[in-house]
Design a protein around this ligand. Structure first.
Ligand SMILES: [Fe+2]
Ligand SMILES: [Fe+2]
Length: 169
């Protein structure tokens, strides 16, 4: 498999929609916590998690796009020429392990959001913004699982295999 195809898939299918959703979910979480936080105290914690998630996810996307994915494109090129990789970070496995830890952090955030929101089901007295927030969080939760699973099980594991194959030549 060409790693560049996997990188392209991740950018189009997961990173682009996530970048659009992050500012929207942040502003909805702020608004809903401000309006309903006195009656539904859990909205304050939901806002805190959404703020950390947005901040850490932006950083995660940058690390993948600026550090890890360029190494993958380089591995495609090295596999063609037969040259051995000599990465500045040692091995592609190092940034991959870091991304794996961060995927676990995101998973923990969404599992707390799932329990705070009763599985993203808005309460009876929810307004349109409240419903929109829960709807978007549910969508992001589903996409995040697919995103991390594709990276871990397909893209990252193919990159590790390709690096080993280049080193064995
Ligand atoms: Fe990603
Ligand atoms: Fe990732």
């Amino acid at each position: 498999m060409l790693l560049s195809e996997g990188v392209h898939h991740v950018l189009e299918t997961f990173h682009a929609p996530l970048k659009k959703d992050l500012p929207i979910v942040l502003s909805l979480a702020e608004k809903v916590a401000r309006v309903h936080g006195d009656v539904h105290g859990e909205l304050i914690r939901i806002l805190e998690i959404v703020q950390s998630f947005a901040f850490e996810m932006q950083d995660h996307l940058k690390k993948e796009e600026n550090v890890l994915f360029p190494l993958m494109l380089e591995l495609d090129a090295l596999a063609k020429t037969g040259e051995k990789p000599a990465f500045h970070c040692g091995s592609v496995g190092n940034p991959i392990r870091r991304m794996h830890v961060e995927h676990g952090d995101f998973d923990a955030m969404f599992s707390e959001l799932r329990s705070l929101t009763n599985g993203f089901i808005p309460p009876e007295d929810a307004c349109k913004s409240y419903e929109a927030l829960f709807f978007l969080l549910r969508k992001m939760d589903g996409e995040l699982s697919l995103h991390a699973a594709y990276e871990e099980e397909t893209l990252f594991s193919e990159a590790m295999k390709k690096e080993s194959a280049c080193l064995e030549k």
